[in-house]
Ligand binder design. Sequence first.
Ligand code: ZN
Length: 502
Amino acid sequence: MKEIIDYQAYQTKMQQIADLKYASALLQWDQETYLPPKGNDFRGRQIATLTELSHELFIDEKTGNQLKELLQNDKLTDAEKRNISLSFEDYQKAKKIPAAFVKQLSETVNKSFHAWIKARKLNKFSIFLPELEQVITLKRKEADLIGYVTHPYDALMNEFDKSMTVASNDALFEELKPSLRNLLDQIAELPDPDNRFLRQHFDKDTQWKYGIRLLKEMHFDFEAGRQDISEHPFTTNFNSHDVRVTTRIDENDFGNMTWSCLHEGGHALYEQGLPADQYGLPLGEYCSLSIHESQSRLWENNVGRSLPFWIYHYPGLQQQFPKQLGGTSVEQFYAGINKVSPSLIRTEADELTYHFHIMIRYELEKALIEGSLKAKEIPLAWEDLYQKYLGISVPDDIHGCLQDVHWSHGSFGYFATYSTGSIYAAQFFEHISRQYPFLDQELKLGNSKTVHQWLQQHIYPFGRYYTAAELCSRATGEILNSRYFINYASRKFSDIYQKNIN
Ligand SMILES: [Zn+2]
């Protein structure tokens, strides 16, 4: 019976590590939602201590020996074997990073997050710069510690998606650029849909209630989660029975709250759908961040910016805001919320220009990590790239390089997953639509169960069992293919702009 005891011992240990990690995640959630400002300093060290402890526990020699022994055990089930091999992979990687480094990074990131908040308030990148420089130095060191074959940025991207490399991403983006450019050029020649109706006064409480309603309708389980307000919307989870989403409400822009709810809701459904009995083990964790992002983008855009979705939801929305939306038809609403136009803020970008926002960040990060760009040069480089890709000028830092939280969090290598996530989403959604020809009819009747069920069947239950590429192939019959996104976009925008765009 030794084998079974060993696996259980492994499981117990992994779950203890998960307890520490999720306790830290709860402290972070609290930090971004309810923590009084003076609590920040102590909170930083509390998070750093828990992060260091869980890391130490995981890279312990005993863990390694236990895993090596279990790797030889052929009496384990397939799922157990997969857990062991994934944990061993994680272990080997984590072991390269000393616990002291983890703690130092956690503390640095905490300080830089606050510097970023302050810099945003004063609209001044230079306030964030010294902290950002420290984060970049540590991230470059982290890349060296992890190791890489061709590019240091590979090591960092790998943390978010194992299949991602500079080579694969460069290829994907180079393939995407001309097709996107082509669609954008055609759209630029056409009259813009009016979206001014979004920018009126929308009462905060009514918006909040509407967001909760959207989450309920998309099958978010409020018995296993909640929504709160934060500066930057996010999803976090402590197990699949406790998943938290946040949103932000702008009383002068209805779009902010609505699509952030649908976006974070999509992330949350994935987390709520992961197998609870695999708590703390790789098979209880999401496949990759690209796949995670595919889940949010699918609900936000493929479902939540579609005409069938709003044919059902729009009358209810008009009832909540009769003064603001009473005179706008659902077709006008649909066209307005999908208006394509180069803009400064990534999270407010349309589905097409969005990819350029990502490519810009990707290029900057790659250069920062390889050392060809200095942190102090970011604002100028930002301006250059926004001119190059979107033809617009950046008026100040808050509308430029201070807009995203990621760098202050030390999340270098993350951005590309937003683009790949959107491409996966288009591929998944196309597959669902082909399999269920009545999907549009169902969505028009307010029924999004088919979408949820397909994801429950093809994406959620596997955790990390399959790689992103395997998961995608199993679900759709082929690996990631950017053609799905381009076809989806050309169909959608031909419909909206009432001209054949391809
Ligand atoms: Zn997201």
